[in-house]
Design a protein around this ligand. Sequence first.
Ligand code: ATP
Length: 316
Amino acid sequence: MSLTVENLEVHYQTTRGPVHALDGVTFSLADGEIMGLVGESGSGKTTLGKSLIRMDGRMRHVGGTVTLDGVELPIGDTVAMNKFRFSDVSIVPQYAMSAMNPTRKIGRMVRELVESRKIRFSTVRDELNRRLDLVGLDRAVLDRYPIELSGGMKQRMVMVISTLLNPSLLIADEVTSALDVSTQRAVALALASFRDHELVRGMIVITHDVSLVYQIADSITVMYAGRLAETAPTDVMVSEPRHPYTQMLISSLPEVGVRYSGKRLTGIAGSPPALLNPPPGCRFRDRCPLAFDKCAEQPPFVEIAANHKVACWKAM
Ligand SMILES: Nc1ncnc2c1ncn2[C@@H]1O[C@H](COP(=O)(O)OP(=O)(O)OP(=O)(O)O)[C@@H](O)[C@H]1O
């Protein structure tokens, strides 16, 4: 698998004008890589995930390309993308737990989905069973209605369904956020096991939760206000973050084993700029403790070490 996203620009059409949700996003994913995509609410993570599989009616592909396994995806054309969905690129959507049809038994729903792709259910039956075993679900779930499953069971079921046709790329959007901590861990490990068993060849895990991606991701990419702020291998990002926003994000994480009775966790003061008319220059500069004159110009996203890129004048 190889994924290359170059200069991707996606807007939302609104009555007040276009919202610049993705503004020149460039990254690549290597074969077998799990990339964690983090950033605060509204930074564009879900928009990026949706752009790679199914744009909603208000989204417009304004510029840039997405190339998966050497083929440029027709991301702006929902009908043409049909051919690629589930079989080449698949998603476990945000709120996946409520995405299942409540009036269908789960087995029937899977059968209908597979047959809608012109594939005979009998040909995937054994693989379905194997994957249920892999995520720790009893095969009897196929005979149950979604309402009869717990949140974590539903989430794992959606993961099995989304990957049944062996997509090269899987996008997992906030798959653990509605779950309790121990279920979160089980779901995160199930995700990683799909990659380890080569059922998918690359994964983008979208989350607010940096500690989750720290557990399972090979690399972390940080978004800020529609742009990429930094990308690096996970251990580098955690030990040597270079963008001031990433530094603040990492330092606000609780350390495992440390008691916080005497120490207060801090957030990052202020909020990102509106994306309706984003200001020129670095979008973090109003909140940045290191901001200086040069930040009125947009910093390029440049490689400062192997596989480590950052968009900050102070980091170059
Ligand atoms: N349907 C829409 N119409 C107009 N603007 C939208 C729409 N959906 C999202 N946006 C805007 O696009 C930007 C990116 O939103 P997006 O949902 O991708 O962010 P996110 O990082 O995934 O946030 P969250 O973590 O809260 O899901 C935000 O400024 C948001 O307000």
